[in-house]
Design a protein around this ligand. Sequence first.
Ligand code: CS2
Ligand code: MG
Length: 412
Amino acid sequence: MIIDRAEVVVTSPDRNFVTLKLTTDDGLTGLGDATLNGREMAVVAYLADHVVPLLIGRDAHRIEDTWQFLYRSAYWRRGPVTMAAIAAVDMALWDIKGKAAGMPVYQLLGGASRNGLLAYGHASGKTTDELFDSIRSHQEQGYRAIRVQTGVPGLKSIYGIASNATYEAMEGVRYDHEPAQRGALPAEEDWDTRAYLRHVPTVFEAVRNEFGSELPLLHDAHHRLTPIQAAQLGKSLEPYDLFWLEDVTPAENQEALRLVRQHTTTPLAIGEIFNTVWDYQQIIREQLIDYVRSAVTHTGGISHLKKVLDYAAQYQIKSGMHGPTDISPVGMAAAMHLGLAIHNFGIQEYMRHGAKTDQVFQQSFTWENGFLHPGNNPGLGVELDLDESGKYPYVQAYLPFNRLADGTVHDW
Ligand code: CS2
Ligand code: MG
């Protein structure tokens, strides 16, 4: 089972996706997701110029050896570009191994630890009324856990809120939250931490009054707070019993979470922009978080994220794998196989992809009564239709950025 061909496929059906496709000498194919939102072409170059030439002729069965070879032989370790590239190779090799074995990848990881994966969706609204409608519509789609984001009075547009502009840009496909916008420059948004901290608890109070105490609710602060502000928010949301509060601080400084933890019992989730176990070393060992937010795509693939999650398990910390629309159907499938197999699964983020994306990537997962299952096709269970993908060339797109009222650039 020798790797014979490696292609990097860039396609932009509803948004940009980067996919690595490996083919072995006996004709098996494997797919890996390498999409890094807003910086896609950097991973394309890393793969095409520096990784693809190293893969040809290697034994496709040797997943761990290939991982270690790519990580250590580069000398320059970690970082989102490197780790997304390695992740794509790792996913593609697991896909191939599954096909060679005639088994879905979760079977190779130890088999199913549960019947399905509880998933949460993104409800949002500029106003409370719009938010309530969005929550109801998510419940109608089957979601049993819901992330809540709203506008803040005085701010024009903020992270996590569906906008009409986005709706039109997607040609009628309603992405409830699709922050990357096509165009030559990133969009500028505004931010006011004090207004946000005043407003958010009132929203959660309204949501609990309307929807009751049972529904699991989540919220994402998207890296914007200082440790003491994060502590304040966690404390003020305690009465509303959140499933988790996500990315309260930028968290490059893992130690910052100590202060937050001292002040609040609201569960914390962090890690969608982390790349390796080293980014988690302190926050897991000191039990400063409750959920690991990494995506398979951005954390070195199934092999490496499993190591992070096995480490987290020692501390009763669970998975909450990143699953926005910028994780391709291949990356989502990898998350589902891993989530089904590990013992310490917590919840899976799940936003639906657009219809064009679903045509480019043929998938075999199921979504029933609020639970995902990767299906039982051998490998990851996703196939890439190259004729379809060829219809949608790459389109430049950027994530937005924030400025405060005085013009200072703030975390987005
Ligand atoms: C987010 C993401 O899903 C989430 O929790 O924080 O939507 C994030 O903004 C995007 O993935 C950035 O590419
Ligand atoms: Mg997030």
